[in-house]
Design a protein. Sequence first.
Length: 321
Amino acid sequence: MPCESCMERDNASSGTTMEFLLLGFSELLHLRVLLFFTFLIVHLVTLAGNMMIFIAVVMEPSRPPMLFFLGQLSAVELCYTLVIVPKALLSLAVGGSPISVLGCAAQMHLFVALGGAECFLLAAMAYDRYVAVCQPLRYAALMGEGLCLHLALACALGAFAVALGLTMAVFHLPFCQPRRIDHFFCDVPAVLRLACAQGYAAELALLAACVLLLLLPFLLILASYLCIAVALLGVTSPVGRGKAFSTCISHLAITLLHYGCATFIYIRPKSSYSPARDKVVSLVYTNVTPLMYPLIYSLRNKEIRGILRKMLRKKKIGELE
């Protein structure tokens, strides 16, 4: 009679009948209703805020590069939350949510691809700030529309390719443990814990993805801001230095939020994995951080504030007519 682990290995290799169970917050059933409505409200506000910025950028006929990248970032955040939050809300509503192997793989791939695209976009925005501060006279020539489009396309395609390789490496493994993911979505570390194979292919794929999607963009951002800092040391006027700094503060805040959470989750020893702690951190970068983006940019970016004011004025004029 075949052993249970071998049967599960066969099911995993076939990939057709196997399902995972997302446990979500099953340990907090007494708070399920409160958590559900809290996440739902945050999700709706996040969608509204990012949609507002995206529409504002699209409606602006003359978009500077920073606004163009900001519109791309808002679109990424919209897709990012839609990939994760609805399934998490379902898990809260019913106390655990089953997900097929294909569905889990698709969710992981989209999550990693969108998160990686965001990292690349933050690097492109840092380069834009570098050109604006360090080479202002050549800004219009260097940051043309063609370059911005190519950068945005490279961010999307590069992240998609890396995420595809990582997802294939993870789901090539057999899963022989109880197929219960102690998380509210198919995150890479949580799924890897279910694998019964002792090979290091998926671990190496995760390490390579972290280098390409996290470390490489971070080094580019760091290099850009080091150049900006050196340039600001040569600015004697406090007004000029303050103006240059104000153009970077929003981007710096977003970068610190994004990289702080991502570094904690993915760049650390496997032995330090803690499902409860990871779920809390994941809540921050899948719910709180996307909510903060439109708040930070709508408050700090004068171009966004100006566009929103124009939209409100048009709406009032339309209501009066």
